[in-house]
Design a protein around this ligand. Sequence first.
Ligand SMILES: Cc1cc2nc3c(=O)[nH]c(=O)nc-3n(C[C@H](O)[C@H](O)[C@H](O)COP(=O)(O)OP(=O)(O)OC[C@H]3O[C@@H](n4cnc5c(N)ncnc54)[C@H](O)[C@@H]3O)c2cc1C
Length: 345
Amino acid sequence: MLDLLIIGAGPAGIAAAYEAKCAGLDYLVLEKGLIGNTIYNYPVGLTVFSTTNELEFTEGDLKPAREKPTREELLSYYVRFVLDNDLNVRTEEAVLTVDEIEPHVFAVKTDKAEYKAKNVLFAIGAMDHPRKLNVPGEDLPHVFDHFRETYPWVRKKALVIGGGNSAGEAALFLAEEGAEATLAIFREDWTNTDPKQGCIKYWVKQPLENALGEHCLRLFFLGRVVEFRTGETVLENDAGERAVIPTDVVFVLIGSDADLTLLKNLGVATENGKYGDVPVYSEETFETNVPGVFAAGHFTNQRHIKGAIDAAKALVPRLAERLRSNEEPATPEKAWPAAACEQES
Ligand SMILES: Cc1cc2nc3c(=O)[nH]c(=O)nc-3n(C[C@H](O)[C@H](O)[C@H](O)COP(=O)(O)OP(=O)(O)OC[C@H]3O[C@@H](n4cnc5c(N)ncnc54)[C@H](O)[C@@H]3O)c2cc1C
């Protein structure tokens, strides 16, 4: 019986694992992809927008070559952190069901094994369901919901649809590296400068404007997407006029949503958050309405890495305290090692 089973090895799950190890808990992280899977899926060569202090687990650990780390530097840091601290993370193992078989006993079934845990932390991120436009042709093989890299699209006609930073960055990568790029965006998203409303960050917007000036990027003020066809896309502009745009490849980058099925099946209450449904949880303990079920990270109200790490750092020591006060160690070996991490460092 584990004290804590953590689902997801993103920044939230890794931070929770480290805290669990420090607190001497029996813990396990199950990750359906790779360590830092969401970061692994960032565009190749991307420089992230956060500064190191917002991304690292311990101050001064992340040392990028420039002011902000690239995808590769950040991913390497998270992977090394797991390895160097010998955290108990099992990758490529997807959690399929979580059932409460009695109070504070959760049966967790994966595609490889079954586990029992007294507490479960969902750190599942919000990348499971890329949003769809639901227009004809969206399932054609040249229409992607994820942008990985530019080089297959050099000298090709690339259309990016979306109004946030991911769409802006993809359009910029494509324009700068030799694709014939068009960004189809709602006019209010292009003119939006409020970071709280998820605008394109200014350090992406400025080079995008330069790219427009240099004619390697076109802007299309979108009314709606009508249809994707092989070799072309039918759009309507914000004046309602139809345009048929030649396209070799399309990236629909309009956000993604978490998969809350496991939580809902456990009886965890959800509510409508700013970016979609989020679990209801205590801002202090991160526990949901189901005792022993916790939520941290991107699929909660904390959309960024700092919030994900801070949540994990706050909730695990508190949980360890609760477990400690509820249980006497059965054997000396099982005795709570008060400061496992302090001893190591
Ligand atoms: C292109 C891009 C750039 C970004 N740049 C920044 C930035 O500069 N700064 C910033 O703060 N944020 C940034 N973000 C957002 C950032 O990636 C998230 O805030 C961060 O990943 C959240 O961490 P997390 O641990 O909550 O979730 P995630 O990192 O998404 O981790 C969740 C993990 O859970 C796993 N998982 C889900 N379901 C299951 C299951 N059933 N079984 C097992 N495993 C499961 C997933 O595979 C995933 O690895 C960016 C996002 C994108 C897409």
